[in-house]
Design a protein. Structure first.
Ligand code: NAD
Length: 404
């Protein structure tokens, strides 16, 4: 069989620990035999980030801006234990944070569903994609403890020195106070990324906040979404047969629970933080959560939602058998390849990505799976396999699909 040709390179960001092992195996077993893989490679492994003083992360993000599509392996975000373990020069920032800041992107997370693993909400038949606004609110707060007898005020000083004041509270007893902010530009970028992603994936978009209580702050989010929708997207949505609607966050929660899935739920920063973990848990395993960062100007960076699976890596280093689930990492590759195919008009590449995803799902539905899924699956004839064996089994299914 002739290998599929690519036109533009994918920006490939290698990573750390067990996911770095998965990365190599996925390429060797499932990609390189079928595709003449063209990538612009960046090693974001912690050792190399340290050697380049983290320049490699910035270069990889810039390359993603240049080429439009990247695929990233999970990476270690250093803490003090990692400083010692890797003898680091500095506690480098989270690569995901750096890339997100450069691309000004929004993260969309969605689970891969398989038969045999029923979500905790059994009516959820299709994935629910969570889009989380990644700027401001609680995550850039300023807070203080307040002693009894104090008065807390909100003061905004404009560029000419004019002050606007509001009393927050006159404290009879001791208490606490915090200030939050957000930016119109960031909210608009978030809204645009959500509308674009809804069109690209052909799904309805829901956005929810608490504008009845927060009449200026949350209301601003609602208004910016609505303005951008009416100006730039309404016609496109109508043509695509999808809808956008705003509702209160409490109403959204009730609707999500009663829904069948199959839509994008855009959340403010804190709501997205909490709800994405709830949705991931309710759907089953973290190892089945995919993630894509979408910039407002249409660049895409695909990855797994999980980390580097450190515990499995230490077992691997000791030569012990491992059973690490490669689905989310594999779907990062298929998502990126499909998008590359779409942008470069390469139907063969798009079709290959679809078949590879199908082969992976069929493998699990045929009862062959890694330990995490084995614990969850209700299939009768299920078998737990090792990390590499799972990929070899997917390859068997893939070959059948490619020959069909
Ligand atoms: P983790 O996602 O690696 O693991 C969390 C739990 O889920 C563990 O019990 C793990 O065994 C299980 N798990 C996750 N993925 C799995 C898979 N593919 N197969 C089987 N089980 C799986 O998160 P952690 O342990 O909190 O962090 C480990 C490292 O990953 C840290 O250094 C952290 O900085 C990094 N991290 C990176 C990213 C990223 O690059 N996007 C995200 C989260 C954590």
């Amino acid at each position: 069989m002739e290998k599929i040709q690519m036109k533009t390179p994918l920006v490939e960001m290698d990573g750390d620990e067990m996911t770095r092992i998965l990365w190599k195996l996925i390429k060797q077993i499932l990609l390189e035999p079928y595709i003449d893989l063209k990538t612009d490679y960046y090693d974001l492994g912690l050792k190399h980030r340290d050697e380049t003083e983290d320049k490699v992360t910035v270069d990889a993000a810039e390359a993603t801006k240049k080429y439009g599509v990247g695929v990233k392996c999970a990476t270690i975000t250093p803490n003090s234990a990692r400083m010692k373990e890797y003898n680091l020069h500095q506690m480098w920032k989270s690569p995901n944070g750096t890339i997100r800041a450069i691309l000004d992107g929004t993260v969309f997370r969605a689970p891969v569903l398989v038969k045999g693993v029923t979500p905790f909400i059994p009516t959820w038949k299709r994935p629910i994609t969570i889009a989380r606004h990644a700027y401001g609110d609680l995550y850039k707060n300023v807070e203080l403890s307040v002693p009894a007898g104090a008065k807390a005020e909100l003061v905004v000083t404009d560029k000419d020195g004019k002050e606007t004041r509001r009393t927050i509270h006159d404290f009879d007893g001791a208490g606490i106070v915090q200030g939050l902010h957000n930016l119109d530009g960031s909210i608009a970028s978030f809204a645009q990324a959500c509308f674009n992603y809804a069109l690209a994936t052909h799904q309805d978009l829901w956005f929810a906040a608490k504008d009845t209580i927060s009449k200026i702050y949350d209301h601003r989010f609602k208004d910016i979404f609505q303005e951008i929708y009416e100006k730039e997207y309404q016609k496109k949505f109508e043509k695509a047969g999808i809808t956008y609607f705003y509702t209160l966050i409490d109403d959204a929660v009730a609707r999500v629970i009663r829904s069948n899935g199959g839509f994008i739920w855009a959340c403010k920063n804190y709501d997205g933080d909490v709800m994405s973990d709830m949705v991931a848990t309710a759907f089953g395993s973290l190892a089945m959560m995919t993630s894509v960062l979408v910039s407002p100007t249409g660049e895409y960076e695909y990855e797994a939602a999980h980390g580097t699976v450190q515990r499995h890596y230490y077992k691997y280093l000791k030569g012990e058998p491992t059973s690490t689930n490669s689905i989310a990492t594999l779907f990062a590759w298929t998502g990126a390849l499909r998008k590359r195919g779409e942008l470069d008009c390469l139907p063969n590449l798009m079709s290959f990505a679809g078949k590879l995803e199908k082969a992976a799902i069929q493998t699990i539905e045929d009862g062959i799976m890694t330990g995490d899924m084995y614990r969850l699956s209700t299939l009768r004839n299920k078998k737990k396999v090792g990390t590499e064996e799972f990929l070899q089994e997917i390859n068997v299914h893939l070959q059948e699909l490619l020959q069909a």
